[in-house]
Design a protein around this ligand. Structure first.
Ligand SMILES: Nc1ncnc2c1ncn2[C@@H]1O[C@H](COP(=O)(O)OP(=O)(O)OP(=O)(O)O)[C@@H](O)[C@H]1O
Ligand SMILES: [Mg+2]
Length: 321
């Protein structure tokens, strides 16, 4: 059952079409990863769905309310963690979160408890009395993320939650985002870190130049790349043509690249199904395997496949536009 549904959602900034006729459905209770390189239109989409900015064309229903005609009803359902935290006007992390908890309608005792526990969770308890302008970028981001964890909204928009956060903090925040989903929130996670989207999302959509290129579960997207899995096999002696033909005959195998006669890279689909067959095939041919390594495609490979560009190339292009 979609909780968010966009209908030709479009945003134009003068000559830039930031979001271009977006049609998208997000199901209740899922983490939806919105991916794409810098300038793809992720933040603009999030800002339209959270009623911060208005679409120039098309619209969206959020929890059955139209963002154009009923933004107040939408605001009651949502919380947003901004890509650029806007925290400067109050003095300390504790003040920011306490004020936020008050606005969200938490009772005094709930507020005390939740502010303390979230500041502790994001490792900011000892910095709670520091001035915001004296915090590092990562610390400000932790405070911004804690806001949404205190609020626990029905629909949470989280824009680049870990972009400046160290690796231990990242894992902690990922766990907290999962918990929020498991408690019943629907989460829209905008990120250009493909690994983050892969480990967290139920489904991901890859945006590029304001358009949605492809949208599915991370697993299906990775499986959709033909020959996207790779098995590297090193043999104790060279494989003869008969064995190679048998290997080619396996339905999942797409291509065999011979690095040396005893060192093969097999491009294939459904790696988990085909590896036992490959091992058997070599055993039957009395060829000992000295090493075998499997790798699966990442979402980076999916991005390259669908756009013809790597993320770095796409970022460079969007900068030179
Ligand atoms: N307020 C604005 N005025 C003019 N152009 C804007 C504005 N906001 C965004 N844009 C343009 O819209 C396009 C999409 O930007 P957006 O911030 O949505 O991208 P993004 O996918 O979130 O990128 P990033 O990964 O860098 O956060 C870009 O070309 C950007 O320059
Ligand atoms: Mg952005």
């Amino acid at each position: 059952m979609p909780i968010i549904h966009t209908i030709g959602l479009t945003k134009r900034f003068e000559d830039v079409v930031a979001v271009d006729k977006l049609n998208l459905s997000i199901d209740e209770g899922e983490i939806f990863g919105l991916l794409g390189p810098n300038g793809a239109g992720k933040t603009t989409t999030v800002l339209m769905l959270s009623t911060v900015i208005k679409p120039t064309q098309g619209t969206a229903k959020v929890g059955n309310h139209d963002v154009r005609t009923n933004p107040d009803a939408v605001r009651k359902l949502i919380g947003i963690c901004f890509q650029e935290p806007k925290l400067m006007w109050v003095s300390t992390p504790w003040d920011v979160l306490n004020w936020h908890a008050k606005v969200c309608g938490l009772s005094t005792s709930e507020r005390k408890h939740r502010v303390k526990s979230m500041l502790t969770e994001v490792n900011m308890w000892e910095h709670r009395r520091k001035r915001i302008h004296g915090l590092s970028g990562g610390m400000k981001k932790r405070v911004e993320v804690a806001k949404i964890l205190i609020q626990r909204p029905k629909i949470a928009f989280i824009d680049e939650p870990t972009s400046q956060i160290d690796v231990v903090g990242k894992h902690k925040i990922w766990d907290m985002i999962r918990e929020l989903r498991d408690d019943g929130s629907t989460i829209i996670l905008a990120t250009n870190e493909l690994y983050e989207a892969d480990v967290l999302s139920n489904r991901v959509g890859i945006m590029h130049k304001g358009r949605m290129l492809v949208c599915d579960t991370p697993k299906k997207l990775k499986d959709s790349i033909l020959g996207g899995d790779i098995v590297e096999v090193q043999l104790e002696k060279a494989a003869d043509n008969h064995v190679l033909d048998e290997l080619k005959g396996l339905e999942e195998v797409v291509e065999i690249v011979k690095i040396r006669p005893d060192d093969l890279r097999v491009h294939l689909n459904k790696v988990e199904k085909v590896v036992p067959k490959i091992v058997n095939l070599f055993l039957n041919a009395k060829l000992s395997i000295s090493s075998i390594r499997m790798s699966e495609p990442s979402l980076d490979d999916v991005f390259v496949h669908y756009t013809g560009l790597t993320i770095e190339e796409a970022e460079k292009k969007s900068k030179t536009k």
